[in-house]
Ligand binder design. Structure first.
Ligand code: ATP
Length: 312
């Protein structure tokens, strides 16, 4: 049986007449990276705030390691909110030591963790800098350390990559992977589909307070997969491809090409198979590209939300 660290069971939250979350149930496996996706106003922050006990559900329950969530769990959770709150007059080291101790570390443990993370984030010389001297993206790295310093079991990041340049985004991405490797469970909300592609083992998609899909990303991709192939070919002299459009449903291919090649997106019917297509092409030139199209998270997001919104 799967080891579930966080279980969300039938969570509902209303703000007056506004339904923010409606009957949402989810399971976050231990040691996974779980992406919480959804359009603006879908209910992601509401859910995250309830896990952090900042607001409370009208209905439903949250369990950590099978136990109902209580204030005692707060020390086991590291939360990086979207609006970051740091004390601007303190210096980076003082601030992080203070926050680490507030979360239960001894001074020497906090010091050790602080040096470890400043090094990992490639900012060892920042210890004595004042927060107000840092840019938004720089302050975000400090906030990241504040979130992870007490080595919580569950890490929750709200838009962790927003405001970071590509190099710093990569540094943070590496840390998220490192934390998973060390056994942490990570839940993060984001609008950046490329970070979901490269990081997430599991996803959940919320829309207008409801959960539309959730599960292992590779299974979800499999469900959305169609029998479509991107093909590229440098034709032999005199080769004709007239028959291709009679045999298959074809459209323009979008993949970037470096060759001066012909390229198509070819859709197979249930009776057709990719070997026949490959054979057909191999008779007519040098194949430069042959790849089954895997739906991207962005395709899945857009397709699912549009289908749902068209219902109403
Ligand atoms: P975004 O991607 O824009 O951050 P989100 O998925 O995090 O959106 P939430 O902030 O959870 O969405 O909002 C869900 C719904 O609840 C929205 O309709 C929002 O207007 C409403 N809402 C959120 N906070 C409050 C509040 N304090 N008072 C009233 N309504 C609220």
């Amino acid at each position: 049986m799967q080891d579930i660290l966080l279980k969300i069971d039938g969570l509902t939250k209303n703000y007056g007449k506004q339904v923010a979350l409606s009957q949402v149930s989810l399971e976050v496996p231990r040691g996974s990276i779980f992406g919480l996706l959804g359009p603006n106003g879908a209910g992601k922050t509401t859910l995250i705030r309830m896990i952090n006990q900042i607001i409370f559900p009208d209905k439903g329950e949250i369990f950590i390691e099978g136990e109902p969530l209580t204030p005692a769990h707060i020390s086991q959770i590291g939360y990086m909110p979207e609006e970051r709150g740091l004390y601007r007059n303190m210096n980076v080291g003082e601030q992080l030591l203070y926050l680490g101790q507030l979360k239960g570390l001894s001074k020497s443990q906090a010091n050790k963790q602080l040096d470890f993370w400043l090094n990992r984030l490639e900012i060892p010389h920042w210890k004595h800098k004042k927060l107000q001297e840092l840019s938004k993206g720089m302050a975000q790295k400090v906030q990241f350390i504040a979130t992870v310093i007490h080595q919580p079991k569950l890490l929750i990041f709200d838009e962790v990559f927003s405001g970071l340049d590509p190099i710093n985004a990569e540094i943070i991405k590496e840390q998220v992977l490192y934390l998973r490797q060390e056994g942490s469970t990570i839940l993060f909300s984001t609008h950046r589909m490329e970070s979901v592609e490269s990081l997430c083992d599991y996803i959940a998609l919320l829309n207008r307070s409801k959960l539309l899909l959730s599960g292992e990303l590779r299974n979800i991709k499999r469900q959305f997969q169609e029998d479509k192939y991107e093909v590229g070919i440098i034709p032999n002299q005199g080769s004709s491809f007239e028959e291709l459009s009679h045999l298959y449903k074809i459209s323009d291919a979008q993949f970037p090409s470096i060759h001066n090649e012909k390229k198509w997106l070819v859709e197979l019917s249930t009776q057709q198979n990719s070997n026949d297509l490959l054979y057909y092409l191999s008779q007519r030139g040098k194949i430069t590209h042959f790849k089954q199209q895997i739906p991207s998270v962005s395709d899945i997001f857009i397709q699912t939300i549009q289908k749902e919104n068209n219902k109403s």
